[in-house]
Design a protein around this ligand. Structure first.
Ligand SMILES: Cc1cc2nc3c(=O)[nH]c(=O)nc-3n(C[C@H](O)[C@H](O)[C@H](O)COP(=O)(O)OP(=O)(O)OC[C@H]3O[C@@H](n4cnc5c(N)ncnc54)[C@H](O)[C@@H]3O)c2cc1C
Length: 516
């Protein structure tokens, strides 16, 4: 009876990325009728693959963490996540190199990492690493419930939920210090500072401007990194399959051009085809800047504040390729550092330029720890990524520039001892122009607003907007970018929508304990 009543309330979700699919599952699990409209031909959004010959190269997210977010989501839908997505834990979280004199691995086992750091940078640095891990763990522990799982946290709210004792301990979490400065208190070896500073880029930010609280990302990775069998895209497929099994309708190649508002409340969407779909509630999981800048209509634009040019997070230039490698012993996740980190972020955030010497991330997709199952002729599937400014709407990245950036990136790899012999025919480059086309209004910014300054984390919008019946989700909203974070935002949007609907309809429903 209750379910039939709920099903009269049609929810429309714009976007079948991770947040949109997560919201769909969370709502359908509670009996709501849900339709997802996606402009691309397949699910996943940024979690996309690029075909190179017979290979499908994961060309979006490659590092999978916080599996509990998806385990909880599936459990709330009476399903077992591990029946649908096969995960393998990595022993080596990431391999790091600065030159051709060797490399430093971080392991899932903290003691092993400390030993490796001891051998690489000395026993005192290893002890400092232990202290850093303890503090990152504590930061995470204190922020998980009041921040990550909260629908829209505020500093006063955090202080209240932490109590006076928590308030007194806040300096330890150091929200007012930059990540770079805080790391300088831990690490004396500049390479270690650079290594841990890189975690700011997971939120599309510069370690020189991000708050020290972002060191919780280091803890998240320390808690486990998994390889998804069949590739990251399997996760998007599994989420879409789960949603469909719960009765969600997913319509691909359907672009939403307007969220319609009547009497001050969202009442549906209009597609580019002209079709209007009525809905009592709408969740937009596109970047909030698209909503705020009017891409979903002038009325709906009131619901969000667009991110300004100088507030945009990082974009990237990526190369998806099948190539032979030699020299450097690749692991699954590899980072080859630039020699001047400050110059790199100055180039990106102050000059709006691709760095002269970038830090280069290489995901060797046929490798896990020390095993490799390479393709025919010892070729392997790689994603090579460098950070870039989000200027995809104002600067054309032509073939000559992209070639120059490739030379810079592959020169860094060569300096660290890795030779990549690749065929330009088996290489696909993606630039900020392409990301801007795929994710309109962003300039190619991949992570919403940069987390610069101590208030930045509180400036991401929560799920509820000013317009009743209209909600937002995704990596540009709270709690932030990244696959599990986007999923948390989807769950949060679903929970907010459901609670508001329950109140409006006078339902007495116990909250789902798994939903934030
Ligand atoms: C190169 C790269 C590497 C990354 N690496 C990692 C990593 O290793 N680990 C990690 O956790 N995260 C990583 N991320 C970040 C992570 O991928 C994202 O934060 C996350 O996938 C965002 O999901 P989302 O649902 O918020 O948005 P999106 O994936 O952007 O989904 C939004 C969807 O909405 C659709 N849409 C937009 N407008 C419309 C419209 N008008 N009508 C219909 N549909 C519309 C889009 O087509 C898209 O499918 C990476 C991202 C990139 C790009």
């Amino acid at each position: 009876m209750l379910n039939r009543r709920i099903a009269e309330d049609q929810a429309v979700i714009v976007g079948a990325g991770i947040s949109g699919l997560t919201a769909a599952i969370a709502l359908a699990s509670r009996g709501l009728a849900v339709t997802v409209l996606e402009r691309a031909a397949q699910p996943g959004g940024k979690m996309r693959t690029v075909p190179i010959g017979a290979s499908q190269i994961d060309s979006g997210p490659t590092v999978f963490t916080m599996r509990w977010v998806f385990e909880e989501l599936f459990a709330a839908a009476n399903r077992n996540f591990s029946d649908h997505v096969k995960l393998r834990p990595l022993d080596v979280l990431a391999r790091h190199a600065w030159d051709d004199s060797g490399h430093l691995d971080l392991f899932a086992d903290e003691a092993r990492s400390a030993d490796a750091i001891g051998a690489f940078a000395g026993a005192a640095e290893a002890a400092r690493f232990r202290q850093f891990c303890a503090d990152a763990r504590e930061t995470y522990r204190r922020l998980e419930r009041p921040f990550l799982r909260s629908a829209k946290p505020s500093l006063p709210g955090l202080i209240i939920s932490s109590g006076w004792r928590g308030l007194l301990q806040l300096p330890k979490i150091r929200p007012f210090t930059t990540m770079w400065n805080a790391l300088g208190d831990y690490f004396h070896d500049p390479r270690m500072r650079q290594l841990f500073g890189r975690y700011a880029t997971y939120c599309g930010s510069s370690p020189y401007m991000a708050p020290a609280t972002l060191m919780l990302v280091a803890h998240v990775e320390q808690e486990g990194v998994w390889v998804i069998e069949g590739g990251m895209h399997q996760l998007a497929t599994a989420l879409a399959d789960c949603a469909i099994a719960l009765g969600v309708q997913i319509r691909y190649e359907q672009e939403v051009r307007e969220v319609t508002i009547a009497g001050g409340r969202a009442n549906g969407v209009t597609l580019s085809s002209g079709e209007h779909m009525a809905a009592s509630n709408v969740i937009v999981s596109a970047d909030v800047t698209a909503l705020g800048s009017g891409l979903f209509g002038a009325d709906a634009a009131r619901a969000a504040v667009p991110v300004k040019l100088n507030e945009r997070s990082l974009s990237a230039v990526t190369w998806s390729l099948v190539a032979r490698t030699s020299g450097f012993p690749l692991s699954r996740h590899n980072v080859f550092f630039s020699r001047d980190y400050a110059a790199e972020f100055d180039d990106i955030f102050n000059k709006g330029a691709v760095p002269d010497e970038p830090t280069v991330y290489v995901c060797a997709q046929d490798r896990a720890d020390n095993e490799a199952t390479l393709l025919r002729d010892d070729a392997e599937e790689l994603l090579v990524l460098i950070n870039a400014p989000a200027v995809g709407d104002r600067y054309p990245f032509g073939p000559a520039q992209v070639e120059r950036y490739a030379e810079r990136a592959f020169a860094v790899l060569q300096r660290c001892g890795l030779t990549v012999t690749h065929d330009p025919q088996a290489t696909v480059a993606t630039t900020p122009n392409d990301f801007h086309r795929m994710f309109p209004a962003t300039g190619g910014a991949l992570y919403g607003r940069a987390s610069h300054g101590w208030t930045a984390s509180f400036r991401r919008p929560g799920a509820r907007t000013k317009i009743p019946g209209l909600y937002v989700a995704g990596g540009s909203t709270h709690p932030g970018p990244g696959v599990p974070m986007a999923a948390l935002s989807g769950r949060s949007a679903a929970a907010s929508l459901y609670d508001d609907l329950a109140e409006m309809r006078g339902w007495k429903q116990a909250r789902d304990p798994a939903t934030p």
